[in-house]
Design a protein around this ligand. Sequence first.
Ligand code: FES
Length: 155
Amino acid sequence: MAESPSAPPMQEPVFVGRREDLVKAKKTKITVNDREIIIVYSTKGKLHAIDALCYHQGGSLFEGDIEELGGRSCIVCPFHKYSITLSTGECIYEEAVNPRKSKTKTVWKTLGRKQRIHRLIDKEDDVYVELSDLTDKRESDYFYTEEGRNSISIM
Ligand code: FES
């Protein structure tokens, strides 16, 4: 009888800071198991954990602005202004409903989940992060490989 492949071991949650300190800082950069991530306090008053290197070309999202776009809390990459939702890691963009009219309505659309997000766990006033399951690929993963790291030219 063949053994079924075992699931990768789950990482233990890692302490990232006290909630009040993370809220005050708005953005905190930390490294967990060699992975640089940022903890972001959103405009909606929630903490999020997301890969620190932008899925597009590896830019530092730590330098990005936190904005409310299309009703969603986002971090906007400072390099090419991609907007990434903090709760899902989707890249979203605004599109005109009728581009031929000068004053037209716009809608927000998604390019899908590109940026890896991670789970935060509150234990009283302390916050822990649990890295997400890396078997479920995201484009930002590339910049955590040696090849990806070496390709970054916009830091
Ligand atoms: Fe982030 Fe290009 S590197 S948008």
